[in-house]
Design a protein around this ligand. Structure first.
Ligand code: FMN
Length: 168
C-alpha cells in the first residue's frame, strides 16, 4: 500500500479575505490540511519558518515579495524524512503567483524522485499561478498529479469538493 503524508505551509493572523482584512485563527491552507488529515488518518508536517513573516498583512506581503525577488530560500524549523512515503499532499497558499519561498526551501532539501505529489493551493483569485511549473523545475523527477485550487476565504464551504478530490 502507498504511504501518504501531508506537507503544508500556512500562515494565520492577518489576511486579506474577499476584500477585507481578517484575523485568522487557523490559516486557510491549514484548515484544508487538517480536513484531509482527519479524513485519511495520515501523517502531516507543517513547514514553519524560523523567522516567520509579520502578523501584519501589509508587512507580510512585502517580506514575501522581497524573498521572491531576491531568490531567498527561508529556513524552516525541523524536517522530516520522506523515504517511507510515496504520496505527498503538498498544500500552500498562492504567494505572488507561486509558492511561498519556504515551500521551495523544503522541496530543495528533499529527493522527490518518483514521489507522487498531489498539490493543493488556497488563493484569492490567482489559482495555482506558476507554482506547478516552479515545483516541476525544482523537483523534475517527482510525479505531479492533478491538483486542487480553492478560494482561501471559502474553504469552510468546500469540504465536499476537497473530499471528492482526495478520493479521485
Ligand atoms: C504574502 C501574500 C501574497 C499573496 N499573493 C497572492 C497572489 O499572488 N494571488 C492570490 O490569488 N492570492 C494571494 N494571496 C492570498 C493567499 O493566497 C490566500 O489568502 C491564502 O488562502 C492564504 O492561505 P493561508 O491562510 O493558509 O496562509 C497572498 C497572500 C499573502 C499573505
Amino acid at each position: 500500500m502507498k504511504r501518504e503524508i501531508i506537507i503544508y505551509y500556512s500562515r494565520n493572523k492577518e489576511n486579506y479575505c474577499s476584500g477585507i482584512i481578517k484575523n485568522l485563527e487557523i490559516g486557510n491552507t491549514k484548515k484544508v490540511a487538517n480536513l484531509i488529515k482527519d479524513y485519511l488518518h495520515i501523517d502531516s508536517f507543517e513547514i514553519n519558518m524560523v523567522e516567520p513573516y509579520s502578523d501584519d498583512y501589509s508587512k507580510c506581503i512585502n517580506e514575501a515579495r522581497e524573498d521572491k525577488c531576491n531568490k531567498h530560500y527561508p529556513k524552516y524549523i525541523n524536517d522530516i524524512n520522506l523515504d517511507d512515503y510515496d504520496v505527498i499532499y503538498l498544500g500552500y497558499p498562492n504567494y505572488w503567483g507561486t509558492c511561498p519561498m519556504v515551500v521551495f526551501s523544503f522541496l530543495k532539501n528533499h529527493d522527490l524522485t518518483n514521489k507522487e505529489i498531489r498539490p493543493f493551493v488556497t488563493h484569492e483569485g490567482g489559482f495555482f499561478g506558476r507554482s506547478l511549473d516552479d515545483i516541476k523545475e525544482i523537483a523534475p523527477k517527482a510525479i505531479i498529479k492533478n491538483g486542487l485550487e480553492l478560494l482561501g476565504s471559502k474553504v469552510d464551504l468546500l469540504h465536499d469538493e476537497i473530499i471528492d478530490w482526495v478520493n479521485k
